[in-house]
Design a protein around this ligand. Structure first.
Ligand code: DGY
Length: 340
């Protein structure tokens, strides 16, 4: 009997590797801290029973699965998002899909708050002023660098998508005194009335309720998109949404770049329809150069998709993905499996 082959497309670190190595298998590793080239994947995947991949391996589609052949039982991605994977193509072939929710919730909620503060308090403009040596010629001045205060009375936060990370963010924002939250969600788990009653009581909230996107856009001082990527959420934040937002409002996107129309957002910032934006993701990433319309907007704070980038979280993500893969091959329930 031949040893089952598992293909790993990245350096997943010693902890996750140790999980895989406990089991008899031929491990085909791309062990660099950069993506495996497509040709390498195409060359190595035929006959594999398992694929452990990154969100940057895209697309994992029917064509690649056909190259892999009928032995493939599981694709395990080191990410919670799986918009890089054709889930239908996997289902049609009875291939399981593992992902890594939960372990990254707190890290992404942390960076969401950081982006909200950076964007509202002119973080980018202020840091750039120091880096450009402008501090000596820009002494403390009463209204320079001012922005809206997120802990001001009546401040309202809106979530587009209200899953685990949004709720972890709500918990953090509550400690700023914010007690009014609106959200819009669709799809699985969208009916959550009793859960909302619990949240309202637990955090002593003045308001928590589901609203339509138009109301959310118009009512909120801070809008946070925490929704999966893909066709259903493509450009949920578009020109018409942005035009409805308050002039003092902040948009924060720590989820997927495709949720926000970049060109519309750049125009919104340029023409001051809104105050600022904090973005950990941008459509078309990583191709975001200095000429990108959002990079050109001083009130856009951009990070290169580092929401989950703490040592603890990334190790936990890699280990969860390794464990998912092993469990799928053993016919056991995964730690986290994407299901229909
Ligand atoms: C994910 O896991 O999908 C995130 O975008 C990466 O942190």
């Amino acid at each position: 009997m031949s040893i089952p082959k598992v293909v790993v497309t990245y350096n997943i670190g010693e902890e996750a590797l140790a999980i895989l190595k406990k089991h008899p298998m031929e491990l085909v590793l791309w062990s660099e801290d950069r993506n495996a080239p497509r040709e390498w994947l195409v060359e190595n995947i035929p006959g594999a029973v398992g694929l452990l991949c990154m969100l940057t391996d895209k697309p994992i589609d029917g064509a690649l699965l056909d190259i892999a052949g009928p032995n493939l039982q599981v694709v395990s991605t080191v990410s919670v998002g799986y918009d890089h994977i054709d889930f239908q193509a996997l289902s049609q072939r009875n291939i399981k899909l593992g992902h890594t929710p939960d372990v990254l919730t707190e890290a992404v909620a942390d960076i969401t708050v950081m982006l909200a503060l950076m964007a509202s308090r002119n973080g980018r403009i202020a840091v750039e002023a120091v880096e450009a040596g402008k501090w000596p010629s820009t002494p403390w001045s009463l209204f320079a660098f001012c922005g809206p205060q997120i802990s001001s009375p009546g401040y309202t936060v809106g979530f587009v998508g209200f899953g685990r990370i949004a709720q972890a963010t709500l918990r953090r924002l509550r400690s700023f005194g914010i007690d009014r939250f609106l959200y819009n969600n669709t799809g699985r788990g969208s009916s959550r009335e009793s859960a909302d009653v619990d949240l309202r009581q637990q955090f002593n909230l003045k308001e928590l309720r589901r609203v339509e996107l138009d109301e959310l856009a118009a009512e909120c001082d801070l809008i946070i998109t925490l929704t999966p990527g893909g066709a259903l959420t493509h450009h949920l934040v578009n020109e018409s949404f942005l035009r409805k937002m308050k002039k003092t409002a902040i948009l924060v996107n720590p989820s997927r770049g495709t949720v926000v129309d970049s060109n519309a957002l750049a125009l919104a910032l340029k023409e001051s329809w809104i105050w600022a934006a904090g973005l950990d993701v941008v459509e078309g990433e990583p191709n975001v150069g200095l000429d990108h319309p959002l990079v050109q907007q001083p009130r856009a704070v951009l990070l290169p998709h580092i929401g989950s980038a703490t040592f603890e979280t990334r190790i936990a993500m890699a280990c969860t993905a390794a464990e998912n893969l092993i469990r799928a091959l053993a016919g056991e329930p995964l730690l986290a499996e994407v299901k229909q």
